[in-house]
Design a protein around this ligand. Sequence first.
Ligand SMILES: [Zn+2]
Length: 464
Amino acid sequence: MPAQKKTPLTLTSRFEADETGTLRHLPFDVPKGVDQFRVAVTYNDQIDSIPTLSGGNTLDVGLFDQQGTEAGGAGFRGWSGSARCEIVIGKTWSTPPYTAGVIKPGAWNVLLGAYKVAPNGMDVEIQIDFNPDVAIPDQPPVPDIESLQRAELPPAAERNWHRGDLHAHTVYSDGSETPAELAVRAYESGLDFYGITDHNRAQSPAKLVPRGDDWPVLVPGIEVTTYAGHFNVWGTDTWYDFRDPSPEGLQAAIDAAKADGGLVAMNHPKPFGPDWSYGADVKGYHSIEIWNGWWDRLNNVSLRVWDEALRRGERIVGIGGSDVHHLNELSTPDNPLSAARLGWPTLWVQAKKPLTAEGILEAVRAGRCFLSDSPAGPQIYLTREDYAVSARVVGGIGTALALVGASGIIATEAVTTDDQTWSFAVNVLGKGQTYVRAQLHNEHGGFRALTNPIWLKDPADPAS
Ligand SMILES: [Zn+2]
């Protein structure tokens, strides 16, 4: 449409209250000769996206270029959720999380997601300005690793165990810091690895962080974020469709991630997680995030979801992550309402050196991992011996060890020394125990550490 060349466009759309949770594409034409354009989105009665707030409007925004809107396709330029209402797309720089690159003329699409709609509806207006000449902001330099102070933590008590945190957000979705700033914090916190799992990101964070022998290992991921539940995928480079929140749509996205070799986790299945609303309709995830941020934020609900799966004989790996979004907000371990902190909880994995993202994910997939409340938190190693299960607790003085099976808590022990091991004979653990796992409690019953299960017999195989 030559008449529109360099002329600003205005698009409008309206969502009624009964269209809450629906998404739609709004096509617009990009003329020839555009090096940069700005998309400014406004709407009435705007409220924050936190799950506990309602009564107003929250709009999510994304963008597809002329290559189309196909699931997993190259046309996806980014999705900023409700975190940004003004977006600049350019040849050499775009507002994070959008991908920069040549702007080809043709039919592009703004993606609108009505996360929350007020009783009187949501009227959306989108102003698009071509070649607005917005100055590209300076990128903050990555500090020299020698200038950073790394936390001194107790070493891993057993060989080839490493600590990290696989669930974190940056400015490439609704976080406050850049991927490089997250890398710096991971190094300073003493972590060996860290994940970046931005919501529905279009581009892998791998090129956005410092790499090298001394830097923690990045495990690139994505948090596939739908209106009915979130799941993380690590180890692949593409994106997965988040636009169809039906069980069939979600199953197709999980299947696509698995076909690509990704490790899939059901995220925070608990109230305000936001929750996972698919129940048994959606299957095939490798793991469940049973510990998200501070333990007291209803993680006992997620733990129950996992325990129920284990009791059904499903060999699903329990994992955890901080889900940190803001590295510099007030964050205090004794206040579950304060901001999450990187490494709280810490995921420990057993993987050979040199540590790689593939080795970390392989360990998680195999269940060679446990959780502790922080990078300096207690370590707990649960191993199978011939006729016994042994639990070694290091750095856990003052905690209580609980051995948990299909029937609930089987045994408890007080931890009184810094490095203590117990052996539980399998034949006295009780009949019908298909698995045992271990957890460490503080004096208030809160969680300090938690292992994956050891399977004693296969419920499908009576001879085991
Ligand atoms: Zn999430």
